[in-house]
Design a binder for this molecule. Sequence first.
Ligand SMILES: [Zn+2]
Length: 493
Amino acid sequence: MHRVLIAGIAQEISSFNPVPTEYELFSIQRDEEVVEVNKGTSTAIAGAMKVFDSEADVQFVTTFAAKAVSAGPMSAECWNTLSTEFIDSLRPYVGEVDAIYLALHGAMGGKTELDPEGWVLEQTRALFGDDMPIVFSLDLHGILTAKMLQYGNGVTSYHTYPHVDLHDTGMRAASLLLKIVAGAKPVVARVRVPAIVRGDELKTDTGCFGDQIRKIKSLEAGGEILSGGFLIGNPFTDVPELCSQAFIITDGNQGDAERIALELTAEFWENREKMQSNLVPLEESVEKASSMAGPVIFTDAADAPSSGSPGDSNSILAELVRTNYPHTVLAPVTDAAAVQKAVAVGVGGTFTAAVGGALDPRFTPLEFEFEVKLLSDGNYILESWGAPQFSGITAVVISGVFTLVLTSLPVSLFDRSLFLGHGLDPKNFHSIVVKSPHCQPRFFDDWAEHNFNVDAPGSTSANLRSLGHSICSRPIFPLDPDVSFEPTVEIFN
Ligand SMILES: [Zn+2]
């Protein structure tokens, strides 16, 4: 009988978000709660549990799973508490388990720790020793570091963007772990590419980046490699090893692993110019939309909480107000103080509040006279993969053509959950502000007349040169001119 330990810790940050992540932002499950929350969902942990459940000679134990919506870098206190709780949850199992699966993200970051996932792997290794098989999984936006590869035996990463294969990634990680337990000797080759990328060509179904992913998937399916992935990093996580990169893991065949990683990265580098965003100026977007029949989507990726922004931009709203926009508008804004005012007057009450810019001083608060339509405790279910979401006390408020969903906390907005969870069908509005770089087409694009990818300011702007990177290794495309790519293979085994 093999006994596997499952634990996880995950967040994606934007170094350019001025609001630090505090411990309270994390939703944490301990021991059996991890099973209860994940079972039957499409998370990576659920996928791993499914594989372990299907093996008669495998049992698993869960200790700790922490996840937070994307935000600014963790404060020192946050990381100290979180990292201590994480490692303490593992201590009772030293000598009790035969393998470890860690569900990670790869784009975490703290004021005092620039490689939290590397720390997790290093400390887990230190606790359980050199012979313990450890496999981890990452988001496709993860920044896989040398430290993670030094202390982990293997890794899997999402093969889809937008992400729809979390469950599969967990399943692949679990299968890889069981292969290592059964005697596979993983050798990891990785090649880093000095490029950070953004935009439609990264959509794995339709964009050029999908070519690299499809190759990896076919090599995995054919059994030629144990695992492989192409990580594009999160361009907003300004850490030393920020880059795009391929990793290939074979069972002892270093030559194949090297060759495949080199091929994939050479192809990717060729496409770097294509993999940047085409943004439409704010004024132009609003002007064009005002004469459209609708529905119209204003994509505000510069304030995408799922990428690490605070969600309190009002820059598109301000332009709509300025131009006396003639159509109905649905938009989310993080603004705890405005929510409190709504709570104070209650449903049906009216109040005046200046919304937006409460967290990010880049935005100037914008005053509205609101009527409160609905108040909630902020608990709802994520449309994408069924996980519980929490936006803090939340208010639906109306002012003229504007219907705003005011949340106390930033929440991921890559689907319609916040709207649907508060009785609002976006299809009933002419214009919808969507604070996410990309969504699955069925959520908005399939039924909208047009989607404007708006060039608005914000801490997750696809206008990458506007952000002010100061930590990642340079030169890197597109921040620097004349960047060249001289591939180096790093081997870990
Ligand atoms: Zn991601």
